[in-house]
Design a protein around this ligand. Structure first.
Ligand SMILES: *Cc1c(COP(=O)(O)O)cnc(C)c1O
Length: 374
């Protein structure tokens, strides 16, 4: 076969593909940050791995063998910590993989998956791949979930409701009381996935805590990840806790052997060093509060931030504002027409960020939703 010619025009494939897949934008990662720029676009943990975690990973070895398919050693630890059986814990290659498994297990063509919007950018694609239909319920003006509207959007076609707390990208939480009322309003044969990827950063005492709800609801699964607070984003490991029958359905929908031994070993080592990791998390949460406070002082309206990121509701000014950030060496995640999510990174990144956001907020027209009222 002749080598492919790089100059050859890209033609639409003649191979028959699913129309909804052809219509979907392929996943594109944020721009890589230049050497002197701060990468604040993926809500990553800015701290390098702890030496103990690195050592465990380096000595994991034996790459010629497949991993333990069920991640039993890790599940045993998570089960013991949460007072549940090992079968009430399921481990996946990141919580995005878990979301995909649960959605695939519950929803197909003709079914709906209900979630707030704007929320995690992976949700729409996962629903499309399952063949199901997204029902997006607008966030409230302050960026938070409207749980009443979410519950009202559930009908007899609904198979899954996704609740994201803290919500990516607005950083708002769902309160424990509101979540309880929501669970009472949603039929118990509809799967509710509580996506708590940023739970460790939450300092609001009124926020829902999924792990405290274990055993309360037959239709609730809580998703957690080692990617953010534990700093293992590159190794891909997350976990679910919930009723065995629901986790079994996800296990049936999973791609076998996708959680590597390295990831399992790193997660176990991280739990053993949790005190040190949670100290870092506490520093990041207080840095977040300093960032949010600084932005508000400059005149920004900042939704109550509980993740390791803040939301700038720049709306139609998003492209211009993002250009200013890029010029200043800040790589954030811009959602054109909507807003900009900025992760809490290194200490110095916060000062750098605040020095430029001051000018951005001043350039916004009076009455712009990203500006604080009054
Ligand atoms: C980052 C994130 C995840 C998890 O990512 P994984 O790396 O796949 O564990 C899940 N949900 C939300 C809302 C996130 O922001």
């Amino acid at each position: 076969m002749p080598p492919a010619n790089a100059d050859e025009p890209v033609v639409p494939p003649a191979v028959k593909l699913r129309p909804e897949i052809l219509a979907s934008p392929p996943y594109r990662q944020g721009k890589p940050a230049g050497a002197d720029a701060f990468k604040l676009s993926s809500n990553e943990n800015p701290y390098p791995p702890l030496p103990g975690v690195l050592d465990a990973v380096m000595s994991a070895g034996a790459f010629n063998r497949y991993p333990d398919a069920s991640a039993l050693a890790l599940r045993e630890i998570l089960a013991a910590r949460n007072g549940v059986s090992v079968d009430q814990i399921h481990v996946g290659s990141g919580s995005v993989a878990l979301l995909s498994q649960f959605i695939d297990a519950a929803a197909g063509p003709g079914d709906t998956v209900v979630y707030s919007w704007r929320s995690f950018e992976a949700y729409p694609g996962l629903v499309t791949v399952a063949g199901a239909t997204s029902i997006q319920v607008p966030n409230r003006a302050d960026g938070s979930h409207d749980l009443d509207a979410l519950a009202a959007a559930v009908d007899d076609r609904t198979r899954v409701v996704l609740v994201c707390s803290p919500n990516n990208p607005t950083s708002t939480v769902v309160s424990a009381d509101a979540f309880e009322a929501f669970m009472a309003a949603v039929p118990s044969d509809v799967l509710v996935l509580l996506d708590e990827a940023y739970a460790e950063f939450v300092t609001d005492p009124g926020a829902v805590r999924g792990l405290g709800l274990t055993g309360r609801y037959p239709n609730l699964v809580v998703l957690r990840t080692f990617s953010k607070a534990y700093g293992l984003a590159g190794l891909r490991v997350g976990w679910a806790i919930g009723p065995v029958a629901l986790l079994d359905a996800a296990r049936a929908a999973a791609i076998p052997l996708s959680v590597t031994q390295t990831a399992q070993v790193a997660a176990i080592a991280s739990l053993a060093l949790e005190d040190q990791l949670l100290e870092r998390v506490a520093l990041l949460s207080s840095l977040r509060d300093r960032l949010a406070g600084g932005l508000r002082q400059q005149g920004w309206f900042i939704p109550e931030a509980q993740g390791n990121f803040v939301w700038l509701a720049t709306g139609n000014e998003t492209d211009a504002a993002n250009e200013s950030l890029l010029d200043a060496g800040i790589v954030a995640r811009a959602f054109p027409g909507s807003g900009i999510r900025v992760s809490v990174g290194e200490d110095e990144s916060v000062d750098k960020l605040l020095s430029i956001t001051r000018h951005i907020v001043e350039s916004l027209p009076a009455g712009h939703p990203a500006r604080r009222l009054g």
